[in-house]
Design a protein around this ligand. Structure first.
Ligand SMILES: *[C@@H]1O[C@H](CO)[C@@H](O)[C@H](O)[C@H]1NC(C)=O
Ligand SMILES: *[C@@H]1O[C@H](CO)[C@@H](O)[C@H](O)[C@H]1NC(C)=O
Length: 429
């Protein structure tokens, strides 16, 4: 066969390539295998990489990037196959693209948290990781996956109040930076169950409207979760704040005016001091700042035009106690509170946002769920396509030998019938 000019070139190229391939092979076989860019190779028992190492970001992007759920998607199907749709009439959703750095994922804690396994301890290991460290790292990861801002504020504590109160002035100071349109505050035992699902999709799904200041989940229907007026508390472990300043950072076109959201957070923070009457006891009594919000702030006429219980008394679900156009959006317990292990607590199973008040020791495995639910299917695909599964089902064992079967016997063996199948116990493992 005569060689055309093209194939001749190919041959020349191939010849030139051979030494190169040999060189690469030599390189590959003499350097430790590493597919991560810039990975400084730590010793095998040291899991810490230097801080300028970009490989972690690459891994996260590679794992989540291709599957990030579109912000404006009309639906979302969960791991059980249940599909959730945007509310009726909202096919043209409010949020169409990622808000990126204008979303702040916020952790706040005033405890030292510097012991082994804690977030500020040195050289964190997975073994012995404390639940709250796992939770915070999952928030950090969530922010990285979607390009949001993340901050953990290691906060001062009040001298005369329970520690969880610090979240309120810290949320206020974050809002006052004017750098964020949305702040998603999470207690450290709160985990986004689907890290690939952007918060903007949830804002669409929960129909968060302009004018709303905050969205929080209602607590389970249990006696300790009711305020003195007989309304259920909103859980302050997961709080979405919506900045109500305009694009220039003004309020009602006025520069320097305090926004309604800032007023709400200020009144909340001042509740037990000079704020609302009888709020003082919540400085130390459980549930602290949650009770202050639930008992006083949410009924403040500035934030609620309908403080009465009329709707609830009339049999409407508590979720609808607050009228349209009010400042506080109440999220369903089943979607934004609790965990599957708490389903018997009023059905609060944390479909989207899990809150492990039921058992903090479950946080770490919940966090690993948020990674392995994506990692494992891809690993599985890789294995199935890798050519490393050897199909020897068409053979029959005789002593040390595997003898190839033919015809019907082979077909039967491959379908799991025939010799030996009675000795198998399918236990579903
Ligand atoms: C582990 O590796 C990191 C970065 O390479 C280094 O800073 C750290 O000192 C190492 N730790 C130990 C215990 O060797
Ligand atoms: C969800 O939305 C996508 C995009 O419009 C559509 O292709 C898909 O059929 C929808 N899924 C369900 C279950 O409705």
């Amino acid at each position: 066969m005569a060689l055309g000019p093209q194939s001749r070139w190919r041959r020349v190229l191939l010849l030139a390539l051979l030494p190169m391939l040999a060189a690469i092979f030599y390189y590959v076989s003499t350097t430790p295998p590493s597919f991560l860019p810039h990975a400084s190779s730590p010793s095998s028992d040291n899991m810490t990489f230097s801080s300028d190492d970009a490989s972690m970001m690459t891994v996260m992007k590679a794992l989540y990037g291709p599957i990030v759920h579109p912000v404006a998607a009309p639906n979302f199907t969960d791991e059980d196959g249940e599909t959730f749709y945007l509310p009726k009439g909202k096919d043209d959703p409010r949020f169409k693209k990622s808000l990126g750095k204008r979303v702040l994922i916020l952790d706040v804690d005033s405890r030292p948290l510097n012991h082994e396994g804690q977030i500020l301890g040195k050289e964190l290991k997975w073994k012995g990781i404390k639940p709250l460290a796992a939770g915070m790292l999952s928030h950090y990861m969530y922010a990285q996956v979607h390009g949001y801002t993340y901050k953990f504020i290691h906060a001062p504590s009040y001298e005369d109040r329970w520690g969880t109160w610090t979240k309120v002035p810290m949320m206020l100071s974050a809002i006052r930076t004017r750098q964020f349109d949305y702040i998603v505050f999470m207690d450290s035992d709160v985990v986004m169950h689907y890290p690939h699902l952007p918060i903007e999709w949830l804002l669409n799904y929960w129909d968060v409207q302009p004018g709303m200041l905050a969205a929080m989940s209602i607590d389970p229907d249990e006696p300790q979760n009711y305020d003195v007026r007989g309304n259920r508390y909103l859980n302050t472990g997961f709080v979405i704040l919506q900045n109500d300043r305009d694009h220039e950072g003004n309020v009602d076109g006025v520069e320097g005016k305090e926004s309604r959201l800032e007023t709400m957070l200020t009144r909340w923070a001042e509740c037990p001091d000079e704020g609302y009457k009888h709020c003082k006891r919540w400085k130390g009594d459980w549930p602290h700042e949650q009770a202050a919000f639930g008992t006083f702030v949410r009924y403040d006429p500035l934030f609620s035009s309908r403080p009465s219980l009329a709707a609830e008394k009339a049999g409407a679900p508590p979720e609808n106690t607050y009228a349209k156009g009010e400042a506080i959006k109440v999220l369903p317990c089943v979607e934004a509170n609790g965990a599957p292990e708490a389903e018997n607590r009023g059905g609060c199973k944390g479909l989207f946002v899990r809150h492990y008040w039921v058992d903090k020791s479950l946080v770490a495995s919940a966090v690993s769920d948020g990674i392995l639910q994506y990692w494992m299917p891809r690993l599985h695909h890789g294995l199935i396509d890798s050519g490393n599964i050897v199909d020897a089902k068409g053979f029959q064992l005789h002593g040390a030998e595997a003898v190839e079967l033919h015809g019907e016997a082979r077909e039967g063996a491959r379908k799991g019938k025939g010799t030996g199948s009675a000795n198998l116990k399918e236990e579903g493992w």
